[in-house]
Write a protein of this length. Structure first.
Length: 229
């Protein structure tokens, strides 16, 4: 049976114009990711990894090329449709977690559900299920600012999962963690992919992360190169 294509990028280019000059971040990126795959993109700082994730999430527009996510042509969507894409099709986990430190774990994880208009009881039920799943139910009422880095990363994952997205995009999910916590996060991705058939794209400069993915690429000079293992 042919596998479902969830993310498709064709000849994607992105250039930034700054007062210091022109930066060619992506120079013709092609990428196909199927349902349930965990794909890793490894590359040095400045290679364009975050740019690539933001383009897939509809947070940045490419200069050229096609970006198709779950059948949506991301470059053609208006602001409303992009908001829908970000809130229900794609779960973006930024490198700095993007959590609100003064709010509790529950309040952070339920934010996307609130935006989606889910009522309070249903929201709380869903959030507690997610916190059980990531092993942080005991921290539900804790303010995020009191959590460890590893715990924050897992809360950010729970929040990204709240609306059952088909694609998770993780930007350097282990960058601020010791290896023990990094391994826990990577094993959590493997569990999510198995349990929910979620497609996961992980970008990282850490080669150890690439041991936990199904398929990997190297991002160099704005281009993706498959790495055969
Ligand atoms: N908004 C922006 N304006 C101008 N230049 C940018 C912008 N965003 C990224 N760049 C430049 O594009 C290039 C790629 O940046 P990007 O953040 O995608 O790299 P990265 O691989 O994620 O790096 P890191 O590993 O350090 O996070 C860099 O040279 C960066 O300076
Ligand atoms: Mg980055």
């Amino acid at each position: 049976m042919p596998r479902d294509v969830v993310v498709l990028l064709r000849d994607v280019w992105k250039t930034y114009h700054t007062k210091w000059g022109v930066v060619h971040a992506l120079k013709g990126v092609d990428l196909v990711i199927h349902r349930g795959e965990i794909v890793g993109i490894h590359g040095p700082s400045g290679a364009g990894k975050t740019t690539l994730l933001k383009i897939i999430a509809g947070l940045e527009k490419p200069d050229r090329g096609d970006v198709i996510v779950e059948g949506y042509n991301v470059c053609m969507l208006d602001e409303n449709a992009l908001a829908m894409l970000r809130n229900s099709v794609v779960g973006f986990i930024p490198q700095d977690y993007g959590l609100i430190e003064e709010l509790t774990v529950i309040e952070n994880v339920e934010l996307p559900l609130l935006l989606a208009g889910m009522d309070r009881n249903e929201r709380r039920k869903r959030v507690m299920e997610l916190l059980e799943y990531i092993g942080l139910a005991d921290k539900a009422k804790q303010k995020v600012k009191y959590l460890s880095g590893g715990e924050k990363q897992r809360v950010a994952i729970a929040r990204a999962l709240s609306n059952t997205p088909s694609v998770l995009l993780a930007d350097e999910p282990t960058a601020n963690l010791d290896w023990e916590n990094a391994r826990k996060v990577l094993e959590l991705f493997q569990r999510i992919s198995r349990d929910f058939d979620t497609t996961i794209l992980v970008v990282s400069h850490d080669p150890r992360v690439m041991e936990y993915v199904h398929r990997r690429y190297e991002l160099r000079d704005g281009k993706l190169y498959p790495v055969l293992s």
